[in-house]
Design a protein around this ligand. Structure first.
Ligand code: ATP
Length: 241
């Protein structure tokens, strides 16, 4: 579904991605783990067209048999329309807009009004907290509720591939579990997920496969289970001795 081929990205004076190549198959949850500054956020921003690579290709085909397109040649809004939705780091809800208005914004590229309202209702059924808080401004929600709102908003563009940047950041363990359960449910509904996480143990548990990024280069990949059992990964990312 998505293939990065030898992608290089410079940010200011930093060579942030140094030849990243990775693949995601339809229906997978793939985790991308690595230390602060490794280039995880840069990878997502480059896929979604917010950053341009200096070289390399990013090929995306929303479904089997559909033609591949090179995202590095497309505008960010065309990438959303092609089926990729990006939940950026830091739960960026619109503070003064209600929960329902925040959800509608996720459909800004669509003009099928009746279908949008049905999708808002469906998402509020899937995330009951977004129904009971429907009229509250976004900044009145707790951190976990804001994360659900951001995920719900991202689903409003009907993505085939969801990019998630650190959904567990700053959340209590119980809420992290809840968010990860939601991701598993989203996958069951047919959405493929690329998940960037500092919480490596949760990400490896949920991820079918994972890639490890260090200083702009991928150094390891494998199934979530293989990587969770790898002593180097345990030492570096799982708090092992
Ligand atoms: P974190 O978990 O801290 O977000 P990360 O793995 O997502 O880390 P990136 O944010 O992608 O890492 O950063 C990769 C590199 O790019 C780092 O060296 C960082 O200093 C640099 N960088 C990040 N943002 C900018 C920016 N706006 N301008 C210049 N360099 C940047």
């Amino acid at each position: 579904m998505l293939r990065l081929e030898d992608v290089h990205v410079r940010r200011g004076g930093t060579h942030a991605l140094r030849g990243v190549s990775l693949e995601i198959e339809e229906g997978e949850i793939v985790a991308l783990i690595g230390a602060n500054g490794a280039g995880k956020t840069t990878t997502l921003a480059t896929i979604s067209g917010l950053l341009r690579p200096q070289s390399g290709r990013i090929l995306f085909a929303p479904g089997r048999g559909e033609p591949e397109r090179d995202l590095t040649k497309m505008r960010a809004e065309d990438i959303v329309a092609a089926g990729i939705s990006h939940c950026p780091e830091g739960r960026q809800v619109f503070a003064n807009l209600s929960v329902t208005e925040n959800l509608r914004i996720g459909a800004y590229l669509r003009n099928d009004k009746a279908a949008i309202e049905k999708d808002v209702a469906d998402i509020q059924a899937q995330f009951p907290i977004l129904r009971s808080r429907a009229q509250l401004p976004g900044d009145r929600l707790s951190g976990g509720e804001q994360m659900m709102l951001v995920i719900g908003r991202a689903l409003m563009s009907k993505p085939r591939l969801l990019l998630l940047d650190e959904p567990s950041l700053g959340l209590a363990p119980q809420l992290v579990e809840q968010i990860f359960d939601i991701l598993a449910e989203i996958r069951r509904q047919g959405v493929t997920v690329l998940l960037v996480e500092q919480n490596a143990s949760m990400a490896l548990e949920l991820g079918d496969r994972a890639y490890v990024l260090e200083a702009g280069s991928l150094v390891l990949h494998g199934s979530g289970r293989e990587l969770a059992g790898n002593p180097d990964i345990q030492r570096a990312y799982l708090g092992g001795a």
